[in-house]
Design a binder for this molecule. Structure first.
Ligand SMILES: Nc1nc(=O)c2c([nH]1)NC[C@@H]1CN(c3ccc(C(=O)N[C@@H](CCC(=O)O)C(=O)O)cc3)CN21
Ligand SMILES: CC(C)C(=O)C(=O)O
Ligand SMILES: [Mg+2]
Length: 271
């Protein structure tokens, strides 16, 4: 019997209601089944299978190399774990910026083969026709504006976006276009808090911020960062809730020492 008969799944309409009620939306990334089980049980509203898997899972410097097949593999693992959370997967670089037909096919493959509930795409007016086609086919789409890591070589750095009036005006225009195209939410990454507040007020759909202040309708962090597994990455917006890197280091050192000293396994740990 499906768990969903007892535990209500978070849907696009539920997160819209959250915005209307003023209940903030919590989102964390997730790339594997075991972690996703823990996050789902802990009550996170949305699990994002981010293309940041390229960085934190695979060790690439940027998000560009991860493939659609890679993303489907991660997304299917997370989708199998999520009982209550809504699961969103990033479409990777190169799969949705070209012909509408190609973008549509990539979105359909992600939905069919992974079992996630929605997809996320970086960009605004440039990809609006592709977003419309995907939304019209029944696939919920989340937008992503501000710092868009798939365009890192265009921007050249990971600095704060839309600090200047012209870029802020373009971001607002993009946000309205995404809403108009039927996106159910939009991620705002590394933009001034005041601008994120204005956009959140302007839009009917929820905004989910990362490095975008507390006036957004929700927040997202990379789970490896907030648990302190990631070691080098410490931007100002990140709050580290655990130092898991240190905890794991201690545990592994103890294990190695126990093996060396023949203290593991003991009598009760063998047959
Ligand atoms: N581990 C991880 N966490 C993330 O939040 C994340 C990824 N990877 N990969 C994909 C994108 C890239 N993101 C980023 C990348 C860099 C900064 C950042 O603030 N970097 C520098 C500052 C650079 C600058 O100011 O020019 C820092 O302080 O670490 C923020 C978000 C967010 N996403
Ligand atoms: C940082 C979030 C928003 C993301 O897109 C990712 O993890 O890939
Ligand atoms: Mg991403």
């Amino acid at each position: 019997m499906s768990v969903n008969k007892v535990i209500k799944r978070i849907t696009t309409s539920i997160i819209r209601d959250m915005k209307n009620r003023g209940e903030k939306i919590s989102m964390l990334t997730s790339y594997d089944y075991s972690t996703a089980r823990i996050l789902d049980d802990a009550g996170v509203d949305i699990l994002l299978v981010g293309d940041s898997a390229a960085n934190v899972f695979a060790g690439f410097e940027t998000t560009l190399p991860i493939t659609l097949d890679n993303m489907i593999y991660h997304a299917s693992a997370v989708a199998r774990a999520a009982k209550r959370s809504m699961v969103i997967a990033d479409l990777p670089f190169g799969e949705y910026q070209g012909a509408t037909e190609d973008a549509y096919k990539a979105a359909v493959r992600m939905m069919k083969e992974s079992g996630v509930h929605a997809i996320k795409l970086e960009g605004g007016t440039e990809i609006i026709d592709n977003i419309k086609k995907i939304v019209q086919s029944g696939i919920p789409v989340c937008g992503h504006l501000g710092l868009t890591p798939q365009s890192i070589y265009k921007f050249g750095d990971f600095g704060v976006r839309a600090k200047e009036d012209a870029e802020a005006a373009k971001l607002k225009e993009d946000a309205l276009a995404l809403q108009e195209a039927g996106c159910f939410a939009v991620v705002l990454e590394k933009i001034p808090a005041a601008l994120a507040g204005e956009v959140s007020k302007m839009l009917d759909i929820p905004t989910i911020g990362i490095g975008a202040g507390n006036l957004c309708d929700g927040q997202v962090l990379v789970v490896n960062d907030m648990l302190g597994i990631t070691q080098e990455f410490k931007p100002k917006f990140l709050r580290q809730y655990l130092n898991l890197n240190e905890e794991i280091n201690k545990a592994v050192k103890q294990y190695v020492a126990d093996v060396k000293a023949q203290k593991y396994p003991n009598e009760s740990e063998q047959y």
